[in-house]
Design a protein around this ligand. Structure first.
Ligand code: SF4
Ligand code: SF4
Length: 166
């Protein structure tokens, strides 16, 4: 079906009314109270439930909660997560912790902050934090490795505490 294009009216073809309208909008905003922030000295306080960068967390005894199940890697729409599981042999130095990931990376340039990884995780090991301010000078720098993800995530004291000594 062909859609007929409406011709511009004389008023729309004139240059000056659009310029004057632009000045009117500028003048209106000029006298209004400004909300511009002096970033990075001032930062936006994000609301509760804000979905920022995904980080890994430790349990209250400092042990990694992730069990390398790879559900988050599977569910991640842009394939931003890469996990290398440790395989069948547990690491004796880790005590009761079995199957902690050997490698865990999140490409923050690929991540779309959807929160699927957090929803899929059975161990409550990955959370979208309220961090929206992260930069890097190169692409490799924006691929966060395991230790950095754990450092940024910190400790979560919740009910899912798999490796607790009974
Ligand atoms: S927030 Fe979404 S895009 Fe980012 S790592 Fe998690 S699942 Fe992938
Ligand atoms: S973060 Fe959660 S979902 Fe992802 S591998 Fe670890 S335990 Fe599984």
């Amino acid at each position: 079906m062909k859609v007929k294009q409406q011709p511009l009216t004389l008023w729309e073809r004139l240059y000056l009314p659009a310029v004057l309208e632009g000045f009117r909008v500028t003048a209106r905003h000029f006298f209004r109270r400004k909300v511009t922030m002096q970033y990075p000295e001032e930062k936006w306080v994000v609301p509760e439930g804000y979905r920022g960068a995904p980080y890994l967390v430790r349990d209250p005894e400092g042990r990694i909660k992730c069990v390398s199940c790879q559900l988050c890697e599977f569910v991640c729409p842009p394939k931003a997560i890469r996990i290398v599981p440790p395989g069948p042999a547990p690491n004796p130095a880790a005590g009761r912790v079995e199957k902690a990931p050997l490698e865990f990376e999140i490409d923050m340039l690929r991540c779309i902050f959807c929160g699927y990884c957090q929803e899929a995780c059975p161990e409550e090991a990955i959370f979208l934090m309220r961090d929206y301010s992260f930069t890097g000078l190169s692409r490799p720098e924006m691929i966060y490795p395991l230790d950095r993800l754990l450092e940024l995530g910190g400790t979560h004291a919740d009910s899912v505490w798999k490796w607790r000594n009974k």
